[in-house]
Each structure stands twice: as structure tokens, then as C-alpha cells.
Design a protein around this ligand. Structure first.
Ligand SMILES: Cc1cc2nc3c(=O)[nH]c(=O)nc-3n(C[C@H](O)[C@H](O)[C@H](O)COP(=O)(O)OP(=O)(O)OC[C@H]3O[C@@H](n4cnc5c(N)ncnc54)[C@H](O)[C@@H]3O)c2cc1C
Length: 492
């Protein structure tokens, strides 16, 4: 590997920061990563207690080829380090009226389920997938993989808008309603907008590429838990000389004559670098630069946060699948409360993830790791003190009980809770917004903060709050784009 004396300072060891570190180090850069927390990973975090292993953030990945490409960029093979397990049964869905069905990744099974739910919706589903395939092709070329010049080229965005996709451009929910008549399928497909922390009633229809991606590329678990990905990437990055400095908060980005020159740490000397890469929330960079009037992302623009309860259970629940969703009675009201009223819903939709159902290495022997999540607003006003948590917990449990989820509280060996406030504080995300700005309207979805700063040379961005957006595969695409920009601009 050729060493050329170039040095990068990365602010944050989230997935995007680690991926850029590996990519640059494999191209001969000296890389230092500064992470304010005790361990790397950012929102891709873990909690271990008495042999129970929890992923506290992502619970499912898709597009495994994007993860493989990252390893290939460093001349490595993902399969030599990680075991990816494809989920045959993706998710079981439960509804307020007692209806339930399983979403299978196997097309014949899934089509017969769709037909059973609503005669004719199987044709709707195939047409919907055809739309998704076309959207995916266009997005790959114009959006996902493209190093934007400052921001995505407007001409490319216009090309996307002008495509002859009758329902590809417009409102997300309206497009879903066009392809499906079953209220259950409408609800199920509407939920995919929340994969990027957004409302199906405000997101653009182009986000229908998300359900296409899950069906086409599958949903995958990482053997031993998703945090294994962080561990392996950090180990391999260290082999290339990357230095991870944990418990190390960056207080400022230093600059001279319109160029970022390095970072100043809360404790320790100033660090000089040829490129500074912000992996924390992009809206915090102007604050670190000391720009006049800089404020973190405004509340009205934020994506959803989440309320997550983690329970280590002493007994196994063998009848339960790995992923389940328990829908609220009224989805529109739920989103009205989340985004317009900005409060935790009276009747939340609840996502239950039990990776120990597919992977017994997550538990010490008997038992389960139980991850329960509900969407929550990314609001600065919510206190998330004990009474507020207890109140929300009762609403979550009420939904589970109503939908027939087994009683588990007498089996709890250990528990913890992640509130929006804890997410905000731990990861430096305004209000705990998991995906940066909400993907509402096409500007919100497509004009995200660019990967290269418009005013300060040598300053770059990577991660879910920047282009092309949140979610683990998209963050890795962001890392690819950002690394290319750095190599183009800083090594010319
Ligand atoms: C509960 C939950 C569930 C999720 N589920 C899924 C899922 O199923 N599938 C999926 O694909 N994605 C999921 N996600 C989203 C996914 O975790 C994120 O999109 C991705 O991990 C974000 O990576 P990132 O590179 O943006 O970095 P982040 O994870 O945002 O990390 C940024 C890092 O920068 C550090 N930092 C910030 N400021 C400073 C500073 N000044 N000095 C030093 N360090 C700093 C922070 O501490 C943090 O570690 C979920 C997230 C959460 C929270």
C-alpha cells in the first residue's frame, strides 16, 4: 500500500465514520477517528448483560452486496469474517381487529398470502414491484451512488421526476392505495416510510423503492448480532493503521483561510489534518465551526426518534417469530400525534424483535433477548423522566396485550430503556432524530446535506444525516461517495 503522508480526522465512529476510515486507510491515508462514547458503533450499538447480547439499534440489514463492497474496497472478503443469515420469514404483522399474516421472502408463499388477503392484490403487488425495480434503477444511477457536486445535481433530480412513472412521483400513501385494496396490505406497505423515520402521509412515493429493496435483496441478520459488523470493521481498519480514540469529544473544527485544518478536542492537543470528516449529525458541523447563528436541526424538519425497551428474558418464547409488528388501531391518528402534535402516540404501533429466535448465540442458554420499539417524536421538550417512561411503557404493553403477545414481565432478568432523550444525548442527534431530517416532500428526501461542505474546503460529511440518507446500507453508500470525493479533491 502506498503511503503519501495524507492525514484524515474523522469526528464520530458511527458506521459511516468507520467505513470512510477503512476506505481511506486502504488507500494509504493516516486516519484518526475521534468518538465521544466509550465504544465505536454510534447508533449501531450493543448492550450485554449476563450472557444476553442485544443490538440496541439496527435489527435487520438489507442489500448485503453493499456490505460486501465495503470489504472489497479494502481487499477483504466479508464471508471470511461474518455470517449473514437470510430471514425466510421477514415479519409477522398483527392488526387491531385480530387479523394477522406473515410476510415471507419466498415469492410463491407471499403471493398466496396476498391473494388470500384481497383477490387481485397479487397483481397489484407484482406491478408495485415493477415500479420499485424501475425506481431502484434510476435511484442507483442518479442518487445512491453518485458523488454529488456540492449537492445532488438538480438535472438528475428533474430526470427522476420526469420519468414516465405514473405513480412513482407523488404522495407515498396515495401510491400504496393505488396498488393495494386490502387495508392490511396498505398498512403494511405504508410502514416502510418509517424505515427512514418519516410519515407515509408526507413522504414522496419514490420511497416505495424501500419495500422493493427488502423483497428483492432480502432481510438479513448477522450471526452473533449486528454489532459484530462494527467489531470486524474496526479490527480490519486497525490492521490498516486506523487509530480509534474513544471517550474523545471533538469541540471544534479548526480552520484557516476557508479551509478546515483539523479538530480541537475537549481534552488534549489540537490535531492537524488534510481532511476533516463529520460523522455526527450534519447539522452540528456549523456549531463546531463556530458559524454565526448556527443551530442544530429544527424540530419541524426532524425524522422520527424511537423509544426502545430491552428485556433479557429467563424463559424462551418458542412460539414467537424473530420480527413482529403490532399495528395501532388508527395509523393516521398515530402519525398526526407523532408529527403534527409532536407527542408519543396514545396507541403506538409496536415493533418486536427477538433475534434469539434465529440465533441462540444471543442468549446464555435458556431465554430470549426481547427488543421492543415504538416511534416517538424527536422533540426537545419531552422530559423522558420516570413517570413519562412508565406512561409510554403502559401504552406499549397495552398494544401487545390487546394483540395477544404472551405475558413476559414475570420472566425479566434484566432490562434497560433507550428514550429519544438518551439517543439525543449519547449520539449528539438533535431531539434523538434517528435519520437526520425527515424525508418529507421531494426536497426533504433528495436534497439532504451534501457530502462536501459548500463553504469550507477540506470538510466532508458521512452518515445517515447526509446524502443519500439513513439506514445502514445507505450510510455505506454515503461512505463510498464521501471517500471518492476526498480522493478526488484532496489528492489531485
Ligand atoms: C433504535 C434504532 C433502530 C434502527 N434500526 C435500523 C434497522 O433495522 N436497519 C437499518 O439499516 N438501520 C437502522 N437504524 C439506523 C442506523 O442505526 C443508522 O442509520 C446508522 O447506524 C447511522 O450511522 P452513522 O454513520 O450516521 O453514524 P451514527 O450512528 O449517527 O454515529 C455518529 C457518531 O458520531 C459521534 N459524535 C457525534 N458528535 C461527536 C463529537 N463532537 N465528537 C466525537 N464524536 C461525536 C456519536 O457519538 C456517534 O457515535 C436504527 C437506529 C436506531 C437508533
Amino acid at each position: 500500500m502506498m503511503k503519501h503522508g495524507k492525514r484524515a480526522a474523522i469526528i464520530g465512529a458511527g458506521l459511516g465514520g468507520i467505513a470512510v476510515a477503512l476506505r481511506l486507510a486502504a488507500r494509504g491515508w493516516a486516519v484518526d477517528v475521534y468518538e465521544q462514547n466509550h465504544a465505536p458503533g454510534g447508533k449501531m450499538n450493543r448492550w450485554t448483560t449476563n450472557g444476553f447480547r442485544f443490538d440496541t439499534g439496527p435489527s435487520l440489514i438489507t442489500m448485503p452486496h453493499i456490505f460486501e463492497e465495503l470489504f472489497q474496497a479494502a481487499d477483504l472478503r466479508l464471508a471470511d469474517y461474518l455470517e449473514l443469515q437470510q430471514m425466510v420469514g421477514l415479519t409477522d404483522y398483527h392488526f387491531d381487529d385480530g387479523a394477522r399474516f406473515s410476510h415471507s421472502s419466498q415469492l410463491p408463499d407471499w403471493l398466496s398470502t396476498v391473494r388470500r388477503l384481497e383477490e387481485g392484490d397479487d397483481t397489484g403487488f407484482l406491478n408495485f414491484m415493477a415500479l420499485g425495480a424501475r425506481l431502484f434503477k434510476v435511484s442507483e444511477a442518479a442518487f445512491f451512488r453518485k458523488p454529488p457536486f456540492g449537492r445532488p445535481k438538480l438535472a438528475d433530480l428533474r430526470n427522476m421526476r420526469d420519468l414516465p412513472l405514473r405513480f412513482g412521483w407523488g404522495n407515498y400513501n396515495r401510491t400504496i392505495c393505488h396498488f393495494f385494496r386490502s387495508p392490511y396490505l396498505r398498512r403494511m406497505f405504508n410502514r416502510y416510510a418509517t424505515y427512514v423515520g418519516s410519515s407515509p402521509y408526507h413522504a414522496p412515493a419514490t420511497l416505495t423503492v424501500i419495500p422493493y429493496i427488502e423483497q428483492a435483496f432480502g432481510g438479513w441478520h448477522v450471526g452473533g448480532g449486528l454489532y459484530r459488523l462494527v467489531e470486524v470493521l474496526c479490527e480490519q481498519a486497525a490492521q490498516f493503521g486506523v487509530e480509534f480514540h474513544t471517550d474523545c469529544r471533538v469541540e471544534a473544527i479548526t480552520q484557516h483561510a476557508g479551509r478546515a485544518t483539523g479538530v480541537a478536542l475537549a481534552h488534549g492537543p489540537a490535531i492537524e489534518a488534510d481532511a476533516v470528516i463529520m460523522n455526527g449529525d450534519a447539522s452540528m458541523a456549523p456549531v463546531l465551526l463556530g458559524r454565526d447563528g448556527a443551530v442544530p436541526l429544527a424540530e419541524r424538519d426532524r425524522s422520527l426518534s424511537g423509544l426502545v425497551f430491552l428485556y433479557a428474558l429467563k424463559r424462551s418464547l418458542p412460539d414467537q417469530p424473530h420480527h413482529q409488528v403490532f399495528f395501532s388501531a388508527d395509523y393516521r391518528t398515530e402519525f398526526q400525534q407523532l408529527f403534527a402534535e409532536r407527542r408519543f402516540p396514545d396507541d403506538p404501533t409496536v415493533y418486536v424483535n427477538m433475534p434469539s429466535r434465529s440465533d441462540r448465540s444471543m442468549v446464555p442458554g435458556e431465554g430470549e433477548v426481547l427488543f421492543i420499539m415504538a416511534n416517538a417524536p424527536a422533540s426537545d421538550r419531552d422530559t423522558w423522566d420516570e413517570p413519562m417512561i412508565e406512561n409510554a411503557r403502559q401504552r406499549v404493553l397495552a398494544r401487545l396485550r390487546k394483540s395477544g403477545f404472551p405475558e413476559f414481565e414475570s420472566q425479566v432478568a434484566a432490562a434497560t430503556v433507550w428514550t429519544p432523550k438518551r439517543i439525543a444525548h449519547q449520539y449528539g442527534m438533535p431531539g434523538g432524530a434517528i435519520y437526520g431530517q425527515a424525508s418529507h416532500g421531494w426536497r426533504g428526501a433528495f436534497l439532504r446535506p451534501p457530502n462536501k461542505d459548500r463553504h469550507t474546503a477540506g470538510l466532508y460529511y458521512v452518515g445517515g444525516s447526509t446524502h443519500p440518507g439513513g439506514g445502514t446500507p445507505t450510510v455505506l453508500m454515503s461512505a463510498e461517495i464521501t471517500s471518492k470525493l476526498i480522493l478526488d479533491y484532496e489528492m489531485a
